[in-house]
Design a protein around this ligand. Structure first.
Ligand code: GRF
Length: 194
């Protein structure tokens, strides 16, 4: 009989960590996967407190450490199956992408391919969507490749903008979608693995 082992997720996050928190909670009692590691590049990030509260090992890394081959070794040593970016602002080096083919995903707070690319993060995205008078915005969960916000799309969900929508109200709507769909989409992806 084949023994199923739980898949191991590493979350890379640089900010508040609200998505990381939802993902940790989602997999808390899961038979499918565990959040095994948080990787953070910002010593003041809220996600560090979340990792502590939730008892998840958290590594704070410098740019030099991030780009060093030892970092890839650490992820392999930790037997990481999937890397989940949740508000991680550094570009993922090509070498890391090649070591984890199809195993790095990101969430973007708009409907790619629109409103993506370098500099398109945080409130800048919502300002741009409103300035463009879009009728809809939404979320995109996608594989990470060598270009920002470019890899194959796994999942999108949209939300209609109100007539008086502002960047803050739109950000709140998008956050709700992210919290609802990111954990579920990760679970579905992991269930598709051998
Ligand atoms: C999210 O809006 C996500 O789409 C983007 O970064 C933000 C992270 O927020 N990639 P949080 O740190 O999870 O609260």
């Amino acid at each position: 009989m084949k023994v199923e082992t739980k898949k191991r997720i590493a979350i890379f996050a640089s900010g508040a960590g609200s998505n990381a928190e939802k993902i940790i909670e989602h997999f808390k009692n899961s038979l499918t996967a565990d959040v095994a590691l948080i990787v953070c590049n910002n010593p003041r990030a809220g996600v560090i407190d979340i990792a502590q509260r939730k008892n998840i090992p958290c590594t704070i890394i410098s740019k030099k450490e991030f780009l060093h081959p030892d970092f890839t070794d650490l992820l392999h040593h930790q037997e990481i199956d999937l890397i989940v970016l949740a508000g991680f602002l550094w570009k993922i080096p090509d070498a890391l992408i090649q070591h984890f083919p199809g195993r790095i995903i990101n969430i973007h707070p708009a409907l790619l391919p629109k409103f993506g690319g370098k500099g398109m993060y945080g409130m800048a995205v919502h300002h741009a969507v409103i300035a463009a008078k879009e009728k809809y915005s939404g979320i995109t969960i996608h594989f990470v490749d060598e270009e920002y916000d470019h890899g194959n799309i796994i999942f999108q969900e949209r939300v209609e903008l109100a007539n008086d929508e502002n960047p803050e109200s739109l950000a709140a709507k998008i956050r709700q979608l992210e919290h609802h769909w990111y954990p579920k989409t990760i679970e579905q992806l992991i269930e598709s693995y051998e």
